[in-house]
Design a protein around this ligand. Structure first.
Ligand code: GLU
Length: 502
């Protein structure tokens, strides 16, 4: 017999930005589909009309695409199970509700909000579980239809079976809920709006979803959904409930822990491949190993739901940065330069510059190569590179650590010897070789070596006693000084002369 094709879905509610937790859910669904040769669907759960917004839906799809998680069916990708927005499927839910009522699997509940509240208060007082008493369960079908026809408001409730509700969870094993703890859940509110548990089940069944992979905040909803599958006589899918993601303080990851939306990672200059790799490791690890870097292809090959852990994952910035550095190192420099451009523009450093200017673009690549080893994320670039464009000599001299270096006699000698040499150089003329030769001469001339030799020169050129390697820095500065850019880049000579002068 041919095995059934796996079909999974990511079903976000467009009520806000896509965050780490949901993005990991989307990724695991996508990886599972790719690994098993199945299909990945996107369904928009927008039945909460007050909170759902089209702009969130658009942003969500953009974020998924940025992560490389394209869907096989869903908004914008027509398929046999369209429409893929729940707000466009209300007729389907209505037909299914009629069927359940007709078959006696569901019933109309005429209890008012006040009655339900009073019932709840009595349960609290008697230390009983706060579940619906089943008061309207016994109303006979004719009377129920008559009251509805006369305009009395009603909700539709599912008749929960007597037996325990069971399902298989790939992460947690066999899960069972006693039916009394579930009681008769509402499927359709008296306002006519169907509830999440109901529509999600109807959609998952009609869309032939074989594996429901989602956050464990939905674990307690699952028995209700299982009861709905049973009421329709549908096959219950496999489930995989993913553990919660915690912040470093072991509290549930939230805004308090800083930016966690996918859009904000992108704005910071985290590469999508780094984020995908990072998200994959939040609750999953490859077989038999401690390996941590995986390309998308490798993840697709290695990803197994059975290796997803039930214990909570802890979000770790250091690891995300480590991965980002790893991927920045191997990324095409032209791509990084293109990504870096807007940060410079925003910082006013390349503002007004034509992005298509080939010479400037090439120089930006050289600049990026200088600073890349010190970056965790691309948005740190303007601050690190600011001295290239404008160096505050007074501030550099006032810095206590710099002052300690510059205050020595040997520093004075080194700087004077360096200044004497660069003063003859034309803009753009100092090469890395020339610089090295000068430093060797100055070493012999002054007797300075190591820090004594290099720190004063570095402070004069960059404003700080530590920073990027001179080999790349010197030619980059010189190349920048001969370009016409709105923010002028001083040559090595101009820098040193100003430093000595001011
Ligand atoms: N719309 C639900 C959510 O965003 C989907 C839950 C599910 O996957 O069943 O939490």
């Amino acid at each position: 017999m041919k095995a059934q094709k796996t079909r999974v879905r990511f079903a976000p509610s467009p009520t806000g930005l896509l965050h780490v937790g949901n993005a990991r859910t989307a990724l695991y669904n996508w990886l599972f589909a790719r690994h098993t040769g199945g299909e990945f669907l996107l369904r928009i759960e927008d039945t909460d009309l007050d909170r759902s917004e089209v702009k969130h839906e658009a942003q969500l799809m953009e974020d998924l695409r940025w992560l490389g998680l394209e869907w096989d069916e869903g908004p914008g990708v027509p398929g046999p199970h369209a429409p893929y927005r729940q707000s466009e499927r209300l007729g389907i839910y209505r037909e299914h509700t009629e069927r359940l009522l007709r078959e006696g699997k569901a019933y109309r509940c005429f209890c008012t909000a006040e009655e339900l509240e009073a019932e709840r208060a009595r349960a609290v007082a008697a230390h009983r579980p706060q579940v619906y008493s089943g008061k309207c369960r016994g109303i006979d079908r004719e009377e129920s239809a008559k009251r509805a026809a006369l305009g009395e408001a009603f909700a539709v409730r599912l008749r929960i079976p007597e037996h325990a509700l069971r399902f298989h969870d790939i992460v947690r094993g066999e899960v069972e809920f006693a039916s009394e703890t579930v009681s008769d859940p509402i499927l359709v509110r008296s306002s006519g709006v169907p509830v999440y548990n109901y529509v999600v089940t109807v959609d998952d069944a009609l869309m032939e979803i074989t594996h429901v992979i989602r956050g464990d905040d939905h674990l307690s909803n699952t028995p209700k959904q299982v009861a709905i599958y049973e009421a329709f006589g549908w096959k219950v899918p496999e489930f995989a409930h993913l553990s919660t993601i915690l912040g470093s303080d072991r509290e549930r990851l939230s805004k308090r822990h800083g930016a966690t939306s996918i859009a904000s990672f992108r704005e910071m200059g985290i590469l999508p491949e780094a984020l995908v790799n990072y998200l994959a490791l939040l609750g999953w690890g490859a077989e038999g190993g401690t390996r941590e870097t995986f390309t998308e292809d490798e993840l697709t090959k290695e990803f197994k739901l059975e290796r997803v852990t039930a214990s909570p994952a802890v979000f770790d910035w250091a690891k995300l940065h480590w991965l980002n550095r790893h991927y920045m190192k191997s990324a095409e420099i032209a791509r990084l330069a293109e990504l870096a451009w807007p940060y410079f523009e925003k910082a006013g450093l390349l503002a007004g510059q034509d992005a298509a200017d080939q010479k400037v673009a090439a120089w930006l690549e050289a600049l990026l190569a200088v600073f890349l080893p010190s970056l965790d994320q691309l948005d740190q670039l303007p601050a690190k590179a600011e001295f290239v464009f404008r160096m505050d000599v007074a501030a550099a001299k006032a810095d206590p650590e710099n002052a300690a270096v510059l205050g020595t006699e040997i520093a004075g000698k080194v700087l004077a010897a360096f200044a004497a040499r660069v003063s003859a150089a034309a803009p753009g003329a100092v090469t890395a070789e020339q610089f090295k030769a000068w430093m060797n001469e100055i070493k012999t001339e002054t007797g300075a070596k190591g820090k004594d030799l290099f720190h004063p020169v570095r402070i004069a050129l960059t404003g700080a006693h530590s920073g990027p390697e001179f080999d790349k820095l010197i030619p980059m500065i010189e190349a920048g000084s001969v370009l016409e850019m709105p923010v002028y880049v001083e040559s090595v000579r101009e820098r040193v002369e100003r430093f000595v002068r001011e």
